[in-house]
Design a binder for this molecule. Sequence first.
Ligand code: SF4
Length: 214
Amino acid sequence: MRHETTARPRPFFWNVATIAKLLWCHQSAIFKMRKETPTIKSAIKEVMKVPNWRVSIPRRTGRPARSVRSADHFDGTLDDEERHARNYPTERRVFKWRNSLILAQPDGLTSRLAYEFKSCAKEFWVKFEKPVARLQVQIYGYLFGRPKVRYDIWLREEQEMISATEKTDRAYVEEQMEKWGRLVAGGMRPWPPKAIKCSSCDFLAECRISPSTP
Ligand code: SF4
């Protein structure tokens, strides 16, 4: 005898930073999602206790970040974001997407744009880091309904900032979200990235698709 079930599928719990990692490596984004799901799930539940699932986070107080750059080189206690990111207020929110709940907290949010800050060791890595930063902030622009997005990437070795401002591209975000949904559901095989990305990957030991795996 067959038993039909009417149980609804269990929701996925994601955060935007993990989704954007799919442009670094499909497989590492999936590993990261699995590892972080308990933490993300409890963070989502906390936000969902608040009306409208929305927590306002004010602008950082104290000295404006950019005014302390020269002194900061001697101060190992300030991280790149505190030293170099633009100082906007932001929000932490939970959004529904299909059968998923998505935790979203851009590094900044104004009435017109969403903002994301990244840093990397040196200019060599920008070609890999930029698509991730761009997708992450594009998803924020999409979810928060902002018409523009801006991202900064701080290069530690060169002590330079790479910046871009662009329109929110809803079609691009929807295409990438669909891809992420297929990856997570097993409807798409993870594609290996360039081998150099595996050299510093936390998941190398358990990975079966790395070009570095013998
Ligand atoms: S080892 Fe390479 S292919 Fe595997 S998850 Fe890490 S970056 Fe991706």
